[in-house]
Design a protein around this ligand. Structure first.
Ligand code: SF4
Length: 358
């Protein structure tokens, strides 16, 4: 049995027609879920009883189950969800995570969601890369993270970033359907409230630009040279930097969204004056901003000899130097470090725990 959240409005209309149910019911059903927040068909009392019974025969609502959560002193909460084996042939008990991050000095709350169970791209600084790829999340599994996190926390989520486990452009169809439901069908978020972060996929960047969704886009850059990128992001060998820059330029031209470059600073690797000059040059192609991220030394990379965090002093100096060139720079010292908020860390810990219990 599949989650009803996998269906777009058109999909639900088709289901209604197949059951000789008036099509207007499709909208009512989704309103029951997204506005009234009813997660049991029996609670949807605006719908006729026989329709509720038919829905319960064919669908579940969520296909993920809350397993654990941890809250850090800075207010970030990481939710771990277990996947149910009702959408496709998948082993039970696989886990995904998302992180709820209250913004400092504002009422905004950002949810960082996962788009895949694990990831194929194997970035050397990332715990999810270490997990390997297990599957693409369905649209329902993506939307469930949002609905359940709001329910569990009692907080209204104002922004969503696809920066959790996986690369959203590597699960393009399901992610775009989730975005279409959130932005166009349910109109819960505006385009400026959702950000997709990718490591590459220039063809899909262009496709997304043409989709009309116009969400914000971030590129996990981490180095301005092809060789260094390939060193820490093996998938980068599939996409030459100039090709990526052209795709980002196209994205900006079509959507008018400022592009974000994510840049984790590693000591002696990508934090020199030459790197500052190269970043400046890169940002001259289109309106862009840089998200400088502090790297936290982690035991899981197996890459410790290469990847060391830049000192705090140098981290902020690097940001100041970039700003001197007029660049828009944000610094992030990773919210929720105490709850292993960097993507994949909690799932990796849980995996290790279950392996050692086997
Ligand atoms: S950083 Fe993102 S793209 Fe790279 S391995 Fe981790 S989840 Fe995948």
């Amino acid at each position: 049995m599949q989650s009803i959240l996998n269906l777009s409005h058109a999909g639900l209309v088709a289901w209604c027609e197949g059951k000789q149910i008036p099509k207007y019911r499709a909208k009512q059903i989704m309103t029951e879920i997204f506005s009234s927040r009813h997660f049991d068909f029996d609670e949807m009392t605006t719908l006729p009883k026989d329709l509720r019974a038919k829905l319960a025969e064919d669908f579940t609502i969520s296909s993920i189950v809350h397993a654990e959560d941890l809250t850090d002193i800075d207010g970030a909460t990481k939710f771990l969800f277990e996947m149910q084996n009702n959408d496709h042939n998948r082993v039970d008990g696989k886990k995904i995570e998302c992180v709820l991050i209250p913004q400092r000095n504002s009422d905004n709350v950002t949810l960082c969601v996962s788009s895949q169970e694990g990831c194929k791209l194997d970035c050397k600084f990332c715990a999810t890369g270490k997990l390997g790829w297990k599957s693409n999340l369905t649209t329902g599994e993506i939307l469930s993270q949002y609905l359940i996190s709001e329910e569990l926390s009692g907080k209204k989520i104002s922004n969503i970033v696809f920066m959790g486990m996986g690369d959203p452009l590597d699960n393009y169809e399901n992610v775009v359907r989730a975005l279409t439901i959130l932005l166009k069908e349910q109109k819960i978020f505006g385009k400026n409230r959702i950000t997709l972060s990718t490591a590459g996929f220039p063809d899909r960047i262009r496709e997304l630009a043409d989709s009309g969704l116009n969400v914000k886009l971030a590129l996990s850059l981490h180095s301005t040279t092809q060789a260094k990128r390939e060193n820490i992001m093996p998938s980068a060998k599939n996409w030459r930097l100039p090709e990526l820059v052209r795709a980002l330029e196209y994205y900006y031209t079509k959507t008018r969204q400022v592009i974000t470059f994510e840049y984790i600073l590693f000591d002696g690797f990508n934090d020199s004056d030459d790197d500052i000059k190269a970043l400046r040059k890169l940002c001259s192609h289109f309106p862009a901003k840089i998200n400088l991220i502090k790297f936290h030394d982690i035991e899981f990379t197996g890459y410790q000899s290469l990847l060391k965090p830049t000192t705090s002093e140098h981290f902020f100096k690097f940001a100041t130097e970039l700003r001197k060139f007029g660049l828009d720079v944000f610094t992030r010292v990773s919210a929720g470090e105490g709850v292993a908020a960097a993507c994949g860390q909690l799932a990796l810990k849980q995996n290790k725990k279950s392996n050692s219990n086997d």
